[in-house]
Design a protein around this ligand. Structure first.
Ligand SMILES: Nc1ncnc2c1ncn2[C@@H]1O[C@H](COP(=O)(O)OP(=O)(O)O)[C@@H](O)[C@H]1O
Ligand code: SF4
Ligand SMILES: [Mg+2]
Length: 323
C-alpha cells in the first residue's frame, strides 16, 4: 500500500572518498523518494555508485568518506540530525541492509540461531519461548533444507551462499520498514534466487515495507521493482516506473543497456557490454556519459545536461529531446 508521503526522501546526496591525493566522487547529487510499500531498483554497471548510495543512506560509510545531502528524511524525521546512538537504534529495528558480502553482518563467536533469535527479540521483545520455531521457518523460507543444522552452525562453518540466505532470514526476522538489498541474490542459483525474491516481496507486502533494490540484472529489476533509477558515473541519469524505464528507456545509456541485455541469450552473461570504461566526469564538465555516447555533441561536454521529462514520473538527464 502506498501513500503520497514518501517513507524515504533523498535530495542532493553526494558522497566523496578521499585517500591522500586520490579522490572519487562516487555519488553525485542523487535525488529520489521511496513511497511506503514501494520497491525502487538501482541499476547500472559496476562502479556506478549503487552500493555507496545505499551505504550513505544507512550511515555505513568508512571514515574517509564525506557524505552530504540537502534532504535525507525517513518517516518525516531528518536522518542527518540524529545522533549516532539514535541512528543505530533505528538501523537495528526499522532500517536494515542485506549486504552483497554477508560475512560482516555476523558475530563470528555466535551461532546463526543466536543471530536470528536476537533479531526476532529486537522486533518483538523477549518472549517466553526461544523463537526457535520462527527461526527454523525463516531458514526454510530462504531455501535451507536442514534448518536445525544451520541454526547450530557458526558463520565460518557455512558457505557464502548459505550465509547470504541466513542474512536474508535475519533481516526478514527484524521486519524492517526499509531495506537496502544490495545484489542480494548474486551468488545464489536460480531456484534459490526465486525463493529469495518471493520472500522479499512477501515481506514487503505483509508490512508495507519499502526496498531499495540494487542489481545489475535487468530481468530481476523488471520482476521485483515498481520504479527503477539508472545510475551512471555516480549520477541517476534516468528514473521512472519499471515498465517505462525497461520498455521505453529515454537516456542513451539506458537504451544501450537494454539493447545489449536483450541481445544476450545466456542469462549468466546478462551484463551488457558497452564500449569503453564507465567514466566519472569532473565537476562542471558536462555529461558523465559523453565519452561513450554515440549522440555526443559539443554542448554535452560544456555544461551538465538538463533533466527532461517524458511524463511527470519518468525523466532523464540528457540534452536530447525525449519522446
Ligand atoms: N571504501 C571505498 N573507498 C574508496 N572508494 C570507494 C569505496 N567504496 C566504493 N568506492 C568507489 O566508489 C565508486 C562507486 O562504487 P560502488 O558504489 O561500490 O559501485 P557499484 O555498487 O555501482 O558497483 C567506485 O569508483 C568505487 O571504486
Ligand atoms: S547529454 Fe549528450 S553525451 Fe550525455 S547522454 Fe545526452 S546526448 Fe549523450
Ligand atoms: Mg555494488
Amino acid at each position: 500500500m502506498t501513500t503520497n508521503v514518501p517513507l524515504l526522501s533523498v535530495k542532493g546526496l553526494s558522497t566523496t572518498f578521499t585517500l591522500g591525493n586520490y579522490s572519487v566522487r562516487a555519488v553525485r547529487d542523487v535525488s529520489f523518494d521511496i513511497a511506503r510499500g514501494e520497491v525502487l531498483g538501482l541499476i547500472g554497471e559496476s562502479g556506478s555508485g549503487k552500493t555507496v548510495t545505499g551505504l550513505s543512506i544507512l550511515r555505513l560509510l568508512p571514515n574517509h568518506a564525506d557524505m552530504r545531502a540537502d534532504v535525507l528524511m525517513f518517516d518525516g524525521k531528518s536522518l542527518a540530525d540524529m545522533s549516532d546512538a539514535q541512528f543505530r537504534d533505528l538501523r537495528g529495528r526499522r532500517l536494515a541492509m542485506i549486504f552483497q558480502d554477508p560475512v560482516g553482518s555476523f558475530n563470528p563467536a555466535k551461532t546463526i540461531g543466536w543471530h536470528i533469535r536476537e533479531a526476532i527479540e529486537r522486533r518483538a521483545g523477549q518472549l517466553p519461548n526461544s523463537h526457535t520455531e520462527e527461526a527454523r521457518n525463516l531458514l526454510t523460507d530462504v531455501g535451507i533444507k536442514l534448518p536445525d543444522r544451520v541454526l547450530n552452525s557458526y558463520p565460518h562453518q557455512l558457505s557464502g551462499g548459505m550465509l547470504q540466505r541466513a542474512l536474508i532470514a535475519m533481516v526478514i526476522a527484524l521486519r524492517p520498514e526499509f531495506i537496502v538489498a544490495d545484489e542480494p541474490t548474486t551468488n545464489l542459483d536460480n531456484i534459490v534466487e526465486r525463493q529469495i525474491l518471493n520472500l522479499i516481496r512477501t515481506h514487503q507486502k505483509r508490512i508495507g515495507a519499502s526496498v531499495l533494490f540494487v542489481t545489475h540484472d535487468l530481468a530481476i529489476a523488471g520482476e521485483i521493482c515498481d520504479r527503477i533509477a539508472v545510475m551512471y558515473g555516480g549520477e541517476i541519469i534516468e528514473i521512472g516506473s519499471a515498465n517505462d524505464v525497461l520498455k521505453n528507456p529515454l537516456h542513451p545509456y539506458s537504451k544501450a543497456l537494454l539493447a545489449a541485455s536483450v541481445s544476450l541469450e545466456n542469462r549468466e552473461d546478462y551484463l551488457y557490454e558497452l564500449p569503453g570504461e564507465p567514466g566519472m566526469a569532473a565537476p562542471g564538465q558536462g555529461c558523465c556519459f559523453a565519452p561513450r555516447c554515440s549522440f555526443v555533441t559539443e554542448r554535452c561536454r560544456t555544461a551538465p545536461p538538463p533533466i527532461r521529462f517524458a511524463k511527470s514520473n519518468h525523466s532523464a538527464r540528457c540534452v536530447l529531446d525525449v519522446e
